[in-house]
Design a protein around this ligand. Structure first.
Ligand code: ADP
Length: 498
């Protein structure tokens, strides 16, 4: 492939021009080594197009562009203008909602109706951080009468941002919004499975008016471009969303290079607890949404379901009837809820977990098989009678696979729910306010939902306890991760020291 774009078509938005180059300094360019890689359509396993691949050399070029912008015009850009540019970008996301959602569905396989929600949320996130840009303020601190001290919030510098494939454009906005609001510049690497949306969004960033070098978007592999970013001596901060295994590697690389600041949003094995007094219809619909939304490819998926023993049989029966009704199929069909898994690798991993559950003696209540013979489709799968020692109860599957077991008392379920190395999210279903608050307080998780699931919002911080991460995304909390705190102390008067 030699060009820098491909003519593509989706059933939802028709024909469009897909950029395929690396987006550096507001231009699409080829990689220095001329390498490309294929992008696979998870619905039918065909090749959609090829995109240019960034290697270490391209990472260097992108970082230089971001550095030059940071030390140059961007540093002197007013907070108000940074806010305006983010607002412009949010407006362009909304204007191009159908296009962006279609590209996400094509590339990732997610249902187009769900992809549209992603894009609206991405626009909301960009607009929200646009609003923050001129509201990041310091503080005056009185110590002694002969000093004047203040704290200034400054940008960190060049931020490397490594995003996953499960919500490509939503993650793009979660990363770029706060980084830019705080005055940083960015080199963002999309996941190798889903590079397309990020490249279309890069064009919108240019159209929004961002100067060259402020937002750079590269496609490439984790072990090459991602590793080069995490160990880069001129990247001041790395923000990563992905697996815990890779999160550890990134932290090590940061430690072994320039001790760049690190924020990590990692895996999960979130408990979803249903008490006997819950509204059972509501609980079933949220438990269903909690695990099967986005094909189970959510770091906060409610993959461990604990149901109080008095309602266990009834719950399992009705939940499996509900799950069997989830429409699995073509992401572009209007009634589809669940499309294919993102890749052959993920498909194989999930099928191996399903086999491990069967081998361990858990009962398959529904699903348990591939769906169709082309594309990476898997039936919504529910295992009951799952015990704590089983792999399917302990490890993150990242697919449409739910493990259920029963509990007797509140104390018991809190203990079991917390018996994991993860701590990203959790949920409680009950009509009793005391139960809701006591259990929420006791759960070791960054987010706890009560009588709901997956209700993420850009105004609310999101991130993990324990091995689910470091730092918080979204809300005001995310800005802290993109600012340095500088203390300035001024001596007043002319008294000599000593
Ligand atoms: P998954 O296993 O679900 O693909 P990963 O955590 O491997 O999730 O990938 C998430 C992101 O991290 C992707 O952008 C990927 O390219 C990147 N990545 C993978 N390995 C590394 C690595 N060693 N260093 C930096 N980034 C990496």
């Amino acid at each position: 492939m030699s060009g820098l774009s491909a003519n593509l078509e989706t059933p939802h938005c028709g024909k469009y021009e897909q950029p395929t180059g690396l987006f550096i300094n507001n231009e699409y360019v080829k990689g220095v080594d001329g390498k490309t890689f294929e992008v696979i359509n998870p619905s039918d396993e065909s090749v959609i197009c090829s995109v240019h691949e960034a290697t270490e050399k391209d990472v260097d070029i992108a970082v230089s562009a971001a550095r030059k912008a940071f030390e140059g015009p961007w540093r002197n850009e007013t907070p108000e203008n940074r806010g305006k540019l983010l607002t412009n970008l949010a407006n362009l996301f909304e204007k191009n909602l159908d296009l962006l959602a279609s590209v996400e569905s094509l590339d990732n396989g997610k249902a187009v109706s769900m992809a549209k929600v992603d894009i609206s949320m991405a626009a909301g996130c960009l607009r929200y951080y646009g609003g923050w840009a001129d509201k990041i303020t310091g503080k005056v601190i009185d110590t002694t009468p002969d000093t004047f001290n203040y704290i200034r919030k400054e940008p960190i510098g060049v931020c490397g941002q490594i995003i996953p494939w499960n919500f490509p454009l939503l993650m793009w906005s979660w990363k770029i919004g706060p980084a830019i609001a705080a005055g940083n510049t960015v080199v963002l690497k999309s996941a190798e499975q889903t590079p397309l949306g990020a490249l279309v969004a890069a064009r919108l960033a240019k159209e929004a008016g961002f100067p060259p070098g402020v937002i750079n978007v590269i496609s490439g592999f984790g072990k090459v471009a991602g590793a080069a970013m995490s160990s880069h001596m001129d990247i001041d901060k790395v923000a990563f969303t992905g697996s815990t295994v890779v999160g550890r590697q990134i932290m090590k690389a940061a430690a072994g290079s320039n001790l760049k600041k690190v924020t990590l949003e990692l895996g999960g094995k979130s408990p979803n607890i249903v008490f006997e007094d819950a509204d059972i219809d509501n609980a079933i619909s949220w438990v269903n949404f909690g695990i099967f939304f986005n094909h189970g490819q959510c770091c906060c998926a409610g993959s461990r379901v604990y149901v109080q023993d008095s309602i266990y049989e009834k719950f399992v029966q009705r939940f499996k009837e509900r799950a069997a009704k989830n429409v699995v199929g073509d992401p572009f069909a209007q009634d589809t809820f669940q499309g294919p898994q993102v890749s052959q690798v993920q498909f194989d991993r999930i099928m191996n977990y399903i086999q491990a559950g069967k081998d361990a003696g858990a009962k398959v209540e529904t699903g348990g098989n591939r769906k169709g013979d082309k594309g990476y489709f898997i039936e919504p799968t529910i295992f009951s009678n799952v015990t704590e020692d089983m792999k399917i109860m302990q490890e993150e599957i990242f697919g449409p696979v739910c493990s259920i077991s029963k509990f007797k008392s509140q104390d018991e379920v809190i203990k079991t729910a917390n018996s994991t190395t993860y701590g990203l999210a959790a949920a409680v279903h009950t009509k009793n306010l005391n139960t809701a608050i006591e259990v929420s307080n006791a759960l070791k998780a960054g987010t706890v939902w009560v009588n709901t699931y997956n209700t993420l919002h850009h105004q609310m911080p999101f991130g993990g306890y324990k091995e689910s991460g470091i730092g918080r995304e979204l809300g005001e909390a995310a800005l802290d991760n993109y600012c340095q705190t500088k203390t300035v102390s001024i001596r007043l008067g002319d008294a000599l020291f000593g």
